[in-house]
Design a protein around this ligand. Structure first.
Ligand code: BDR
Ligand code: CA
Length: 310
């Protein structure tokens, strides 16, 4: 099984990515680390712990990480994910599991240093924890097998015209990670906007008649409303599970190797992932940028995994 660490900011689609990462038989989830992004790190951590509680994921440590970006104030995606970061499902009566005693950055460093270089990192929020860990202990960098991250866009962003939320929220962290020299799969909006959770998908989850698929359907119901109101989308894009799916089945996302620069200064373009499709910069490729998604295969993978929860 492929060892992974999920670094996330749940977040509706992060929660679904977590459920996929914890249960898919091809993966061994070593830890869940949380970061400020969709909401404060207190809220994203509580949300991760509640998701683990709902799904009875009892043997994976959840460690709380950075409470703000490296250089900038935290800015949350309340319009999409609500005040709790996971609005929609009734979670007030769910007791979160206990948090790990270690800070997420310490846990990332420890797990990577102890490893045989066989861990893939899956960041689905701002890249603050990963960049902080790389800065604090550079010896982890060669130990990272690969990074499969949800973030960026080849063309139009979602938080500004130029930028996607995860990269825009902490562009300096993203610049550090993209310069790290390890294999990176970037799963941009062009891919995730194909992973639309239609009403039919939600009905199929409800028809399973079990707690975890029902929970996912409740998450998607709220997420659908957000995307309808904020973007006018007919169905919500399930961004973060795409970065997990890319590890389970690398063929599910097609794309190209290219150089990606992170804009950290632009007046209008802060947080843009500048994707050098035509090799204009002459700079060596530092990422495989996703473009196509095998949509049916993606949903089969997700639905089969959620069906397998007790
Ligand atoms: C990304 O931003 C967050 O709102 C989602 O969880 C996803 O990681 C999409 O731009
Ligand atoms: Ca996220």
């Amino acid at each position: 099984r492929q060892k992974i660490i999920l670094d996330c900011d749940p977040g509706h689609d992060d929660a679904i990515a977590l459920l996929l990462a914890a249960r898919h038989p091809a993966l061994e989830l070593l830890a869940i680390t949380t970061v400020a992004g969709n909401q404060s790190v207190e809220k994203t951590s509580t949300n991760a712990l509640k998701v683990c509680s709902v799904a009875k994921i009892l043997n994976v440590p959840v460690a709380r990480g950075m409470h703000q970006p490296l250089l900038r104030p935290a800015r949350f995606a309340t319009d999409i994910h609500g005040e709790s970061g996971l609005d929609g499902p009734e979670l007030s009566s769910i007791a979160p599991l206990p948090l790990a005693s270690q800070h997420a950055v310490d846990l990332l460093i420890e797990l990577l240093l102890q490893s045989d270089g066989d861990i893939i990192l899956i960041p689905t929020g701002p890249l603050t924890n990963i960049a902080a860990a790389m800065r604090r202990e550079p010896a982890i960098v060669p130990k990272i097998q690969a990074i499969s991250l949800m973030g960026g866009a080849i063309s139009v962003g979602n938080v500004t015209t130029s930028a996607e939320f995860n990269i825009w929220a902490d562009p300096e962290a993203a610049a550090i990670v993209f310069a790290c020299g390890r294999p990176i799969t970037m799963v941009p909006l062009e891919v995730t906007h194909q992973a639309l959770a239609t009403e039919e998908i939600i009905q199929r989850l409800r028809a399973m008649g079990r707690p975890v698929p029902t929970f996912v359907a409740d998450l998607l119901h709220y997420f659908a409303d957000s995307y309808r109101q904020v973007f006018g989308f007919p169905a919500p894009p399930i961004h973060d599970p795409c970065a997990v799916a890319a590890v389970i089945d690398p063929d599910i996302i097609s794309g190209w190797e290219m150089h990606v620069a992170i804009e950290t200064q632009g007046e209008w373009t802060l947080g843009r992932t500048v994707c050098d499709i035509y090799g204009k910069t002459g700079l060596p490729a530092n990422a495989r940028v996703g473009y196509g998604l095998q949509v049916e295969k993606f949903w089969t993978l997700l639905l089969d995994t959620f069906q397998a929860y007790d």
